[in-house]
Ligand binder design. Structure first.
Ligand code: FAD
Length: 454
């Protein structure tokens, strides 16, 4: 019997539209494997909220594989060593996998050499294929989108395999429960009301055409369910962006939505070119920026994390994040700007908090968006554009959103809800503003002026 092949699942935990799985199945018997590697990524090891999602997603994937005659092998350790050992143990000839662009995969991919066969599938098009005339990745989304258009539409999604041939003998697998991915003491995930896994993601895909009809306006309103909430499914690859694209075919209102979807491809291009983007400013002139440090800054960071800043829209967002592992996009922008500009806390502190608390925490998307908000990034946004959270709250009609996530303010009506303090409606158990908007703005601009000119 010819040698089996390994199918290395990463953030592509699905059976549909999985070109690596299809290619592996065409070769011979397939051994599907997922490796939990907390060592190679260093400080970017999978965060707490993602671990919760991962547990459920792996469980569902194993069920789906068993339904087609296969199973998921779980192993733990530095991925290059684990896969090399598994190749020896099983006599497998090749490893098939989908391209991913997080920098920590590179060493393992290099170590596997020509035994590794990489396939496209987690992006709309091959990320390396969309480059500037100078042969570099794009730094600005608008130009990237124009260039991407010449490669679109993406390939049609592939069907899931109906059966997978099993190897003569299955290698041993860890038990998922032994990985202890779920929180216990305390169980902070009781409010994570997500349906995880490919089947749930496919159900959500069915709802997309109805969603995108009003997407352009509704997506910005935190109180409405106006965006798709596909981000954790896309991050874990329970759906491919090609499937999402295909689900919007023929929808006249799809353009804006597809453009947002393309951000994933853009951010992957950025981290491909600048692998340290998660820790290094895109603009080196930001390196000497006088971020606040010390006890007062720590206390402010903690107030932000706990949703106790006295700015209702900020506090609502931070509490939605803690309770559900997710936050609305408009509110992500507001709370990120607040941390960096109102509190003058280094954007990396916010990025780390997101890494641990978001179920969709994604190295490319998180890093690029934080640097975009901070103005430290390679793309066109400037530090001096300082968002006014109270104005944003009113403009995007966040009253019901605030009342939902900040119960102390449940009885405060519009328009006082956006700024109860100014309207004399601040309840005793809700904090006063941590800093006034005007004072914060002046302090931020003064800090900015200390930097060398760009
Ligand atoms: P929809 O509006 O329905 O969009 C569909 C999909 O397009 C999303 O699921 C997502 O995959 C992609 N997308 C949309 N907007 C963006 C964007 N600005 N950047 C990258 N992809 C986008 N998104 C993450 O997936 N992971 C992160 O770690 C992350 N961190 C962020 C940090 C900050 C400071 C900010 C401002 C944004 C961040 N985003 C991140 C982007 C965005 O907020 C989320 O993708 C979006 O809120 C997810 O909700 P949705 O699925 O309903 O989005």
């Amino acid at each position: 019997m010819p040698a089996p092949v390994l199918l290395w699942f990463r953030q592509d935990l699905r059976l549909h539209d999985h070109p690596a799985l299809i290619a592996a199945a065409e070769r011979n018997a397939v051994i599907p494997v997922y490796v939990l590697d907390d060592e190679t990524p260093g400080e970017w090891r999978i965060g707490g909220a993602q671990r919760w999602w991962l547990h459920h997603s792996l469980d569902r994937l194993d069920d789906s594989l068993r339904a087609i005659g296969s199973r998921l092998i779980l192993r733990r350790g530095p991925v290059a060593e684990v896969l090399a050992k598994l190749l020896d143990e099983t006599g497998a000839s090749e490893v098939h996998a989908i391209h991913h662009y997080e920098p920590w995969w590179r060493a393992a991919e290099a170590a596997l050499g020509d035994r590794l066969v990489l396939h496209d599938g987690n992006h709309l098009v091959r990320v390396e294929g969309v480059r500037t005339g100078a042969g570099t990745q794009f730094k600005v989304f608008g130009s990237f989108w124009k260039a991407l258009a010449t490669h679109l539409p993406p390939p049609e999604p592939l069907p899931a395999p109906e059966r997978l041939a099993a190897p003569e003998a299955w290698p041993e697998s860890d038990r998922l429960e032994d990985w202890a991915l779920l929180p216990t003491r305390p169980n902070w995930a009781t409010g994570f009301d997500w349906e995880v896994g490919e089947k749930a993601a496919l159900r959500q895909l069915d709802a997309i055409p109805a969603k995108i009809a009003d997407y352009e306006t509704e997506r910005n309103l935190p109180a409405r369910d106006g965006s798709t909430r596909l981000s954790p499914h896309l991050h874990f690859g329970e759906l491919s962006p090609r499937q999402v694209w295909a689900a919007t075919a023929g929808e006249p209102a799809a353009e804006k939505f597809r453009k947002e979807l393309a951000w994933r491809d853009f951010t992957s291009g950025v981290i491909l070119e600048l692998p340290e983007y998660g820790t290094r400013n895109g603009h080196a002139r930001f390196d000497p920026f006088p971020w606040r440090t010390g006890k007062a800054a720590d206390a402010d960071l903690q107030a932000w994390q706990r949703g106790r800043t006295g700015y209702p829209i900020v506090d609502a967002g931070m509490r939605q994040l803690w309770t559900t592992g997710w936050m609305h996009n408009r509110v992500r922008m507001i709370i990120a700007s607040f941390l960096v500009k109102h509190l003058l806390v280094d954007w990396r502190m916010g990025e780390r908090w997101f890494w641990d608390t978001l179920v969709d925490a994604d190295y490319g998307n998180n890093t690029v968006n934080w640097q975009w908000v901070a103005g430290s990034g390679i793309n066109a946004n400037v530090f001096t554009r300082i968002m006014a959270p109270l104005v944003q709250s009113e403009k995007f009609d966040a009253g019901d959103y605030i009342r939902r996530w900040v119960p102390e303010l449940a009885g405060v009506p519009d328009p006082a809800i956006h700024d109860p303090e100014a309207h004399g409606r601040r309840p005793r158990n809700y904090p006063a503003k941590i800093i006034g908007h005007r004072e914060a703005r002046e302090r931020a601009l003064a800090a900015y002026r200390t930097m060398p000119r760009g």
